[in-house]
Design a protein around this ligand. Structure first.
Ligand code: TYD
Length: 139
């Protein structure tokens, strides 16, 4: 598994074009973010107190954005942990491969937008935390 650290998971400020009729934020693969976007998905209707994520990826890069509302992203590389609060649609956090992530503290009506570098592949997931930690130690 990738020898990545939570410090590689940077906050990405996104551009915002103001207009009296509202704002627009544009994300272009290989421009604002250092990967091509192959897939986009969003989490919504998340019941209060729920946790999402709870896994790591072997190859996948993601940009996670609070398109609406707020939530916390817990990042863990097996040694260091970091918590990022997302609460603005013009900021995201990039999650690199080899990082355990959990999404918690969703506000009511929150929408979690995820831009992903590769198509869905269950083989890219590590869903067992102990396996994750031992695979990180091997590198
Ligand atoms: P999962 O990634 O485990 O959810 P989360 O990390 O948000 O808690 O995915 C939940 C379910 O959706 C799981 O059955 C796999 C399926 N899924 C797809 O089929 N395609 C996708 O692109 C994603 C992200 C999930």
């Amino acid at each position: 598994m990738k020898k990545s650290s939570v410090y590689d998971c940077v906050i990405v400020p996104l551009n915002k074009i103001h207009n009296r009729a509202g704002n627009i934020t544009i994300i272009e693969g290989q421009n604002n973010i250092p990967f091509n976007v192959s897939r986009l998905y969003y989490l919504y209707d998340i019941p209060g107190g729920e946790t999402r994520g709870g896994h790591a990826h072997k190859e996948l890069y993601q940009l996670i954005v609070a398109a609406s509302g707020s939530f916390d992203v817990l990042l863990d590389d097996g040694q260091n942990k970091k918590i990022v609060t997302l609460n603005r649609p013009d900021f995201g956090v990039m999650v690199v491969p080899g990082i355990w992530r959990e999404l918690i503290e969703f506000s009511s009506g929150a929408i979690c937008l995820v831009l992903a570098s590769i198509k869905y592949d269950e083989a890219d997931y590590i869903r067992d935390y102990r396996n994750f930690v031992s695979e990180k130690k091997e590198k």
